[in-house]
Design a protein around this ligand. Structure first.
Ligand code: NAD
Ligand code: ZN
Length: 664
C-alpha cells in the first residue's frame, strides 16, 4: 500500500469506528486503540500535507446528528479535546503554549467526565434548549429529555448573564448503571456495555418518560457567550456553581506542569472513589485572555489538553473456566482467576461472555490473561499473554451439555449465547424462575428470600411458582432453621401477594424480554392475561414499542401447555390477572395510535401528569414534531420554532384547556 492508500484506509476505518461509537453507541475497539490509530493517521498526514482533507477524522469532531430530533445550529462551535497519555506529551504542550504567550501561565485542572457532551442555552435565567455536540457545528435538540435530569436547573439564581451557553457532560453514575443492568438481566436481556454509551443512548430515546427513569447527572465545565464578564476558567466554574449548576468541586488551580502531574497522580488512584466514571484529567489554561490568544485548531482548543488514564488492567492466571446457568437457561462462561488487585478491589472471577468470545481471543485454562475493569458489574478478560502460554496448552472445548442437568445445549441462529433447553427439569432454571417471581419488583413476597426458594425446591416442596400458593405452615416447619414465626410470615407473605397488580404479575411470570416496562405496556394495552395469551403476532407488534423479538417470546411462552396451566392455577388462586376497575376507569382509546408533542409550561396540570394522561388514553408522547404528530399541546412560553415546525407539517396546535376538555 502506498501512503495515499494507507491514509485513505485509516480514514475509512476511523469513520466507521466513529459511527459505531457516536451513532450506534456500540464501539467495537477500545478508546486506547482508537486513539492510537488516530495518532497514526495524524503522523501520516503530517508527513504528506499533499493529501490534506478537511473531512479527515483528524480534522473533525467525531459525532453526528441523527434524524430523530430537530437539528439545531450551535451559536458557538463545540470542540473536542486533544489527548495525551504521557508526561512528555504534556511538557511538549506547555512548550507550544509558552511560544505563543508571554508571561506566566496558570492552569485549571478538572476531571474528564466520561459521558455525552451537552450544550445548554439559557436566556433570562431559564433553560431555552439542550443540544448534543453532534458534528460540532450542529446537534440534536434533546431539550425534553434533558429537562428530566434533576441536576439541570430550569431556572437560575444569582447574577447570571442574559444569554449564554453552558457546556457539560451527561453521565450515568455507576450505581445507577449497575441497577439498570440488574433489571435487564432479570428480564433476560443483554446488559448494557458501559455507562458512557448508556448515557449517550439515553439522551437519544424518543420517550422522555423513559429518560426520566434513568438516573442521569449533568456535570458542567464551560461557559460560552458574549460579554460574560469573566476572567478565568476557575472563576467561571465558581460562578456557574453559584447560579445553580452542578459543577464538581475537584477543580484545582496549578502553577506549572509538575503541579498538574501531581493532580493527575492523585486522581489516577482516587477516581475509583467517585460515583461516576472519569477517563482522565482536562488541563486548561486558566486565563480567558490567554485562551483567546491561543485559539483553536480545526478540532480542538489549543488552550486545553486531556490527559487520559490508562484503563486499569492486570495480568493473572486463569485457573479454570466454569459455566453458569441463568433462569432463562442462558449459559455464561466464567473465568476463575488467581486473585488479583484491580481498581481497588480483589478480582477472582471475570466474565468470558460466550463461546465466540473465547474462540476469538483464544482463551484457555492455564493461560495468563489480561483483566480489565470498566463500569461493568464483573470485570472482563480482554486478552491473553501468549508469551506465557504453557507448551502443553490445549484449545478450549466449549461445553456441549448443561453443567447442571446434562441436557444437550442449543444455540439459536443469530444468538451469541448457548441455552439449556430443559426449562422444566434444570435446577438453576427452576429456582431462578421462582426467585424472579418473588423478587421486589415482581410479586415482592415478604418473608421469602432467594435462598429459601432454593431450599424449598431442593426439599421437593415446590416445583414452580404456582406451588408457592399451596404451601402450609406445617409443610415448612420440618425445614432447617424454619421457626413457627418465620413459617407463618412466609405463608402470610404469599397470601398478601395476591393483591399485587396485574402488570407486576405479568412481569413476574418471567417471559423472556418482558421486563417491567414491557409488562406495563402489554397490561395496559390488553387489559387482562387471557387477551395476551390469545393475541397473535400482529396484535402484539401493534403495541407501542413491542418489537418482533418480544412478540415471538410472548407467543412462545403461551404456546407451551405447561405455562398455560401455570397461569390457570394462578388465576384459580385469586391473583390479579386483569387491570383493576380503577385502572380501567381511567383509561380510554381516545388517543389510540396518536403521537403527541407537548411544549411549554402548563397551568392546571404538571408535565408528568399530562404525559401520564396521554398514555392512559392510548396516545404516545413524542419529543419531536413530524408530519406523523397528531397534536401539539401548547402551554405558555412555547418556543416559536415549535410553532413554525407544527404549522409547516400541518400539525394541529391545541391549547391545554381544549386538550383536557377533549379527554373528559
Ligand atoms: N472506541 C471507539 O471506537 C471510539 C470511536 C470514537 C471515539 N472514541 C473515543 O472518543 C474519543 C474522542 O471523543 P471526543 O471527541 O468526545 O473527545 P474526548 O472524549 O477525548 O474529549 C472531548 C470531550 O471531553 C468531554 N469532557 C469531559 N469532561 C470535560 C471537562 N472537564 N472539560 C472539558 N471537556 C470535558 C467533553 O464532552 C468534550 O467534548 C477518542 O479519543 C476515543 O477515546 C472511541
Ligand atoms: Zn440444564
Amino acid at each position: 500500500m502506498n501512503s495515499s492508500q494507507q491514509i485513505e484506509a485509516l480514514r475509512k476505518e476511523l469513520r466507521e469506528h466513529n459511527h459505531m461509537y457516536y451513532v450506534l453507541d456500540q464501539p467495537s475497539i477500545t478508546d486506547y486503540e482508537f486513539d492510537q490509530k488516530l495518532k497514526e493517521l495524524e503522523a501520516l498526514e503530517e508527513r504528506h500535507p499533499e493529501f490534506f482533507d478537511p473531512n479527515s477524522p483528524t480534522q473533525r469532531v467525531g459525532g453526528a446528528i441523527t434524524k430523530n430530533f430537530e437539528t439545531v445550529k450551535h451559536d458557538y462551535r463545540m470542540y473536542s479535546l486533544d489527548n495525551s497519555y504521557s508526561k512528555e506529551d504534556l511538557q511538549d504542550w506547555e512548550k507550544r503554549i509558552k511560544k505563543n504567550i508571554d508571561g506566566d501561565v496558570e492552569y485549571t485542572c478538572e476531571l474528564k467526565y466520561d459521558g455525552a457532551s451537552i450544550s445548554l442555552t439559557y436566556e433570562n435565567g431559564t433553560l431555552l434548549r439542550a443540544v448534543t455536540r453532534g458534528d460540532g457545528f450542529q446537534g440534536d435538540d434533546v431539550t425534553n429529555n434533558v429537562k428530566t435530569i434533576p441536576s439541570v436547573p430550569l431556572i437560575l439564581q444569582g447574577d447570571y448573564p442574559d444569554r449564554f451557553d453552558i457546556r457539560g457532560e451527561i453521565v450515568l453514575p455507576l450505581q445507577g448503571f449497575v441497577a439498570m443492568n440488574k433489571v435487564r438481566l432479570e428480564a433476560g436481556e443483554e446488559p448494557y456495555a458501559n455507562p458512557r454509551n448508556t448515557a449517550s443512548g439515553s439522551l437519544k430515546l424518543q420517550d422522555s418518560a423513559e429518560v426520566a427513569k434513568r438516573p442521569l447527572v449533568c456535570l458542567l465545565y464551560n461557559i460560552t457567550g458574549n460579554q460574560l464578564n469573566l476572567n478565568s476558567q476557575f472563576e467561571a466554574l465558581e460562578k456557574a456553581r453559584s447560579w445553580g449548576f452542578n459543577v464538581p468541586d475537584v477543580a484545582q488551580k496549578c502553577a506549572n506542569i509538575d503541579e498538574v502531574l501531581a493532580f493527575v497522580a492523585y486522581w489516577d488512584i482516587h477516581r475509583h472513589d467517585l460515583p461516576y466514571e472519569t477517563d482522565g484529567v482536562v488541563i486548561k489554561v486558566n486565563s480567558l485572555r490567554q485562551q483567546e490568544e491561543l485559539g483553536f485548531t480545526a478540532k480542538a482548543p489549543r488552550w486545553a489538553m486531556a490527559y487520559k488514564f490508562k484503563a486499569e488492567q492486570e495480568e493473572t492466571l486463569l485457573e479454570k473456566i466454569t459455566y453458569q446457568v441463568g433462569r432463562t437457561g442462558a449459559i455464561t462462561p466464567v473465568a476463575n482467576l488467581s486473585p488479583v488487585q484491580l481498581a481497588g478491589t480483589t478480582v477472582k472471577r471475570a466474565s468470558l461472555h460466550n463461546a465466540d468470545q473465547i474462540e476469538k481471543l483464544d482463551i484457555r485454562e492455564d493461560d495468563t490473561v489480561f483483566v480489565e475493569k470498566g463500569g461493568e458489574i464483573i470485570p472482563k478478560v480482554i486478552g491473553v499473554n501468549f508469551e506465557k502460554r504453557p507448551q502443553d496448552s490445549i484449545p478450549t472445548q466449549y461445553i456441549e451439555e448443561c453443567p447442571e442437568c446434562s441436557t444437550t445445549l442449543i444455540r439459536k441462529e443469530g444468538e451469541a449465547q448457548h441455552y439449556c433447553p430443559n426449562a422444566e427439569g434444570c435446577p438453576p432454571q427452576i429456582i431462578g424462575r421462582i426467585q424472579h417471581f418473588i423478587s421486589r419488583k415482581a410479586m415482592d413476597i415478604e418473608g421469602l428470600g432467594g435462598e429459601t426458594v432454593a431450599l424449598l425446591v431442593k426439599e421437593g416442596l415446590i416445583e414452580d411458582y404456582a406451588d408457592l400458593y399451596e404451601l402450609r405452615v406445617d409443610d415448612l416447619l420440618p425445614l432447617e432453621r424454619m421457626a413457627q414465626k418465620s413459617a407463618e410470615n412466609l405463608v402470610e407473605g404469599v397470601e398478601a401477594s395476591k393483591q399485587i397488580p396485574f402488570e407486576r404479575v405479568l412481569f413476574a411470570l418471567g417471559i423472556r424480554y418482558v421486563g417491567e416496562t414491557v409488562a406495563k405496556k402489554l397490561a395496559k394495552h390488553f387489559k387482562n392475561m387471557d387477551a395476551i395469551a390469545e393475541a397473535d403476532f400482529d396484535m402484539l407488534v401493534s403495541v407501542d414499542e413491542i418489537g418482533d423479538k418480544i412478540a415471538e417470546s410472548v407467543l412462545d411462552f403461551f404456546r407451551q401447555e405447561k405455562n398455560q396451566e401455570l397461569v390457570q392455577r394462578l388465576k384459580a388462586k385469586g391473583l390479579q390477572l386483569s387491570l383493576s376497575e380503577e385502572e380501567l376507569e381511567n383509561q380510554s382509546d381516545t388517543l389510540a395510535g396518536m403521537s403527541i408533542v407537548i411544549s411549554g409550561v402548563f397551568e392546571t396540570i404538571s408535565r408528568n401528569d399530562l404525559k401520564k394522561l396521554i398514555e392512559q388514553h392510548g396516545g404516545k408522547v413524542s419529543s419531536s414534531i413530524s408530519s406523523k404528530t397528531a397534536y401539539l399541546v401548547a402551554g405558555n412560553n412555547m418556543g416559536p420554532s415549535k410553532r413554525t415546525k407544527a404549522e409547516s407539517n400541518g400539525v394541529k396546535i391545541i391549547s391545554e384547556k381544549s386538550f383536557l376538555f377533549m379527554l373528559e
